[in-house]
Design a protein around this ligand. Structure first.
Ligand SMILES: Nc1nc2c(ncn2[C@@H]2O[C@H](COP(=O)(O)OP(=O)(O)OP(=O)(O)O)[C@@H](O)[C@H]2O)c(=O)[nH]1
Length: 479
C-alpha cells in the first residue's frame, strides 16, 4: 500500500513535469527568433544602387536640359533651327542618350530624334520614368517658362546595357531562391523583364520587393519556405529528450525513496519483533541502544492499551457485582446456541434463585446481600466447568447454560452442583449465612418459537421448587 502510494505519487509528479516541460518548450517555440526576412538578408543590392544612381543622374540631367535657356528658346520660338542646335549640342555631349523635346500638345519638335517607342513614351510623359523591353531607361522632365506655364517635356532616354549583368550577379539569400526583375506597367500591372532561379517556389511563398527608386523597375525575390515540420521538429525532439530525462530522474528518485522507506520499515518490523520476543540481534543498520528504550516503551504502552481494551470489552459483558456474565451476554449466548438446534445439537439451562435472599438484605443490610451475591457467583464459577455459561439474570437469580448437553446429563450436573456448593458463606466478618438455592431445569428445543421458551419452562420449574419448599431443583422438559 505504502509502496503503491509512493510510486503513484512519483508517476504523477513525472507526468506533471513532462507536461510542464512541454509548456516551456512551446513557450520557447513561440518566443524563438523570427527567421531573417529576405529583404534584411539582401540589404540594398549593388544592382539597385547602381540603377538608382543612373536614374538620379539622368533626372538631374533632364532637369538641367529643361531649364537651359536654349531649350526654353526652342519651346518658345518653336523654331526648328533653335531646337536642332540644342539637340545637336546635347547629342555631342552624350551620344548614348537620346533627348526628345515634346510640346504639351504632343507635337514633336524634333522628329529626327524620335525612336520607335516614342508614341508610348509620349502617352506617359510627365508621370516619371519608363523602361522599354530593350532595357532603356526613359525619364521626362517638364519644361516651364518664366511664368511657370508648362510648355512641354524633355525626355531623356538611355540604354542600360549592364542591367542584365547586374541582375545576373545579384546576390540571392539562398541557393534555392528565385528572383525577378519586374517593370511597373501602370495600373497595378507588371511585366517580368528577367528571371533567375527555381520558378516553382514562386507558388508557395510571398516575394520580397525591392523598388529601384526613380525607375519603374523592382526586384522581387522568393525564398523557399522552411516546412513547418522542420521548424517544429527540433523543439519536439528537445521536449522528448527533456521529458525522458525528467521521467527517469523522478522515477529513479521515487524508487530510491520507496526502497529506503521499505528498508527502514522492514528493519523496524524486525527490530520490534525481536524486542517482542525479548532478543536483540546485532545486524541492524542503527544502534540498538537508540531504539531500545522508546520501542520498549511503545511495546509496554501497546500492551497496556491492549489489556485495557480487552478489559473494557469484557467488562461490558460482565455483571459488575458477581463477575459472571450479565443479562445482555446471556441473551446473546442463548441466541447463538438456539441457532445450532437445527443442526441437531441440544443445550440445557438451569435457573438458580438464592433462598431467602430478601431476608439477608433485611437482616444484615444491603452490603451483606451484595456479598452473598458475590460469594454465590464465585461458588458457581468454582463448581462448574469452564465450558458452562454462568450469568446473573438480576436480583438473586442466576442461570447456568450447559451447552451441548442433553437434559438428562444436565440433571446430573445440577445435582452435582448442589452437592459441591458450599453449605455456608461468610457475608461480613462474624456473619455467616447458610447457602441454599432453588433450581429450575429445562432444555432448549427446536420446536420452540424462540430461545426464551426454554427459559420460561425453567422458570416454571423453579417456581415449583420454591413452592415445594426450596433448596431443591425441579425439571421441566420441552413438550
Ligand atoms: N443486596 C442486593 N439486593 C438485591 C440486589 N438485587 C436485588 N436485590 C434484592 O433482592 C431481593 C429479592 O427478593 P426475592 O426475590 O423475594 O428474594 P427471596 O427472598 O429469595 O424470595 P424467593 O426468591 O421467593 O425465595 C429484593 O429485596 C431486591 O431488592 C443486589 O444487587 N444486591
Amino acid at each position: 500500500m505504502l509502496q503503491t502510494s509512493i510510486l503513484r505519487f512519483g508517476l504523477m509528479l513525472a507526468a506533471a513535469l513532462v507536461l510542464l516541460t512541454g509548456a516551456a518548450t512551446f513557450a520557447l517555440y513561440q518566443l524563438r527568433e523570427p527567421e531573417h526576412s529576405t529583404s534584411e538578408e539582401l540589404g540594398k543590392p549593388v544592382m539597385a544602387a547602381q540603377i538608382e544612381f543612373l536614374a538620379d543622374a539622368m533626372q538631374r540631367s533632364a532637369a538641367s536640359i529643361a531649364a537651359h535657356p536654349q531649350t526654353l528658346a526652342c519651346f518658345t520660338a518653336l523654331a526648328a533651327e533653335v531646337c536642332q542646335t540644342q539637340a545637336a549640342n546635347l547629342h555631342a555631349l552624350n551620344p548614348n542618350a537620346t533627348v526628345l523635346f515634346v510640346t504639351d500638345g504632343q507635337r514633336q519638335l524634333l522628329p529626327g530624334f524620335l525612336p520607335g517607342e516614342t508614341r508610348r513614351l509620349l502617352a506617359t510623359a510627365g508621370k516619371g520614368a519608363m523602361a522599354t523591353a530593350t532595357f532603356n531607361l526613359s525619364l521626362s522632365h517638364e519644361v516651364r517658362d518664366a511664368n511657370d506655364k508648362r510648355l512641354g517635356f524633355v525626355i531623356v532616354e538611355q540604354s542600360v546595357p549592364q542591367l542584365q549583368a547586374l541582375f545576373d550577379t545579384l546576390p540571392l539569400p539562398d541557393a534555392a531562391a528565385y528572383a525577378e526583375l519586374q517593370q511597373n506597367q501602370g495600373g497595378g500591372a507588371t511585366a517580368v523583364l528577367m528571371r533567375r532561379g527555381n520558378q516553382a517556389i514562386k507558388l508557395n511563398a510571398r516575394p520580397t520587393l525591392i523598388a529601384l527608386a526613380g525607375t519603374p523597375w523592382l526586384i522581387a525575390v522568393w525564398r523557399p519556405q522552411t516546412p513547418i515540420v522542420e521548424n517544429v521538429m527540433p523543439y519536439v525532439l528537445g521536449w522528448l529528450v527533456a521529458s525522458l530525462a525528467v521521467a527517469v530522474l523522478v522515477v529513479a528518485t521515487t524508487l530510491a525513496i520507496r526502497n529506503r522507506v521499505v528498508d527502514n520499515l522492514r528493519i523496524l518490523v524486525k527490530f520490534t519483533n525481536d524486542l517482542r520476543q525479548q532478543r536483540l540481534r546485532g545486524d541492524y543498520q542503527a544502534s540498538l541502544g537508540e531504539f531500545q528504550m522508546p520501542l520498549e516503551t511503545m511495546l509496554k504502552l501497546g500492551r497496556v492499551m491492549l489489556g485495557r481494551q480487552k478489559e473494557v470489552s469484557s467488562q461490558a459483558r460482565l455483571d459488575h457485582l458477581s463477575q459472571v456474565n450479565n443479562r445482555r451476554s446471556f441473551d446473546e449466548k442463548q441466541k447463538e446456541l438456539f441457532a445450532t438446534l437445527k443442526d441437531g445439537w441440544t443445550h440445557s439451562l438451569l435457573i438458580l434463585d438464592i433462598d431467602n435472599f430478601k431476608q439477608v438484605n433485611d437482616t444484615f443490610g444491603h452490603e451483606a446481600g451484595d456479598q452473598l451475591i458475590i460469594k454465590f457467583g464465585n461458588a458457581l464459577k468454582s463448581c462448574l466447568r469452564n465450558s458452562d455459561f454462568i450469568a446473573r439474570l438480576g436480583g438473586d437469580e442466576f442461570c447456568v447454560i450447559f451447552p451441548y448437553t442433553p437434559l438428562d446429563r444436565a440433571r446430573e450436573l445440577a445435582e452435582r452442583l448442589r452437592a459441591n456448593m458450599p453449605e455456608s458463606v461468610e457475608l461480613i466478618p462474624g456473619v455467616t449465612q447458610k447457602l441454599s438455592w432453588s433450581g429450575g431445569l429445562s432444555e432448549y428445543s427446536r420446536d420452540d418459537g424462540g430461545e426464551n421458551e426454554a427459559l420460561a419452562r425453567a422458570d416454571a420449574a423453579l417456581l415449583e421448587a420454591k413452592r415445594g419448599g426450596r433448596n431443591a431443583t425441579r425439571v421441566r422438559a420441552s413438550a
